[in-house]
Ligand binder design. Structure first.
Ligand code: FES
Length: 149
C-alpha cells in the first residue's frame, strides 16, 4: 500500500485517533468528536497530542481553546459558560453574547471562547485553534469536528 493509499484509508476510519496532514501543509488535524457529541450550547474536553482542549459549539459554529488558564493554570474549559456583561456606567449593565464567554473556575477571569482573549484585557489569552467539520468516506454518515494544531 502506498503512502497516499494509506492516508486515504486512515481518513476513512471514523474512530482512528491518528492525525492527518494534508499534502503540502504543515497543518495537523485531529478528530475531536462526532458533531452530535457537541450540540449547540455545549462543549467537550478532548486530549490531543498531550494537550487538553475544550471544543465548544456556539450556535452551530465550533471553537477550540487550550484548557489552561493563563492566570495560574486552572482547567479553564471546566468553567461556567456565560454572557458578557456590558456597562455604560454606574447602575447600568446588560448581558450580551450569551454563551460566548467562559469564566475560569479558580478566580473567575473571563475569556472570549471565539478568540481565547480575556474579556477585560485582550493581550491576555489562552491559545485558540482552528476547527473544521469534515466527513470521512461515503459509508460514514456523520461529520466529525476536527482540531487543527
Ligand atoms: S487560574 Fe484562571 S483566573 Fe486564576
Amino acid at each position: 500500500m502506498s503512502a497516499t493509499e494509506r492516508r486515504l484509508s486512515d481518513s476513512r476510519r471514523p474512530d482512528s485517533a491518528e492525525s492527518m496532514r494534508p499534502a503540502g501543509s504543515s497543518d495537523k488535524r485531529f478528530r475531536a468528536a462526532r458533531v452530535s457529541e457537541i450540540p449547540p450550547g455545549s462543549r467537550k474536553i478532548v486530549e490531543v497530542e498531550g494537550r487538553s482542549i475544550g471544543v465548544y459549539n456556539i450556535q452551530g459554529a465550533f471553537h477550540a481553546l487550550r484548557n489552561v488558564c493563563p492566570h495560574q493554570g486552572a482547567e479553564l474549559c471546566k468553567g461556567l459558560v456565560t454572557a458578557a456583561v456590558v456597562s455604560s456606567g454606574p447602575g447600568d449593565f446588560r448581558f450580551e453574547r450569551e454563551g460566548e464567554i467562559v469564566r475560569c473556575p479558580w478566580h473567575q477571569w473571563e475569556f472570549d471562547i471565539k478568540t481565547g482573549c480575556m474579556v477585560v484585557d485582550g493581550k491576555v489569552r489562552t491559545k485558540s485553534y482552528e476547527v473544521t467539520v469534515e466527513k470521512f468516506g461515503v459509508s460514514v454518515e456523520e461529520d466529525y469536528v476536527m482540531i487543527h494544531l
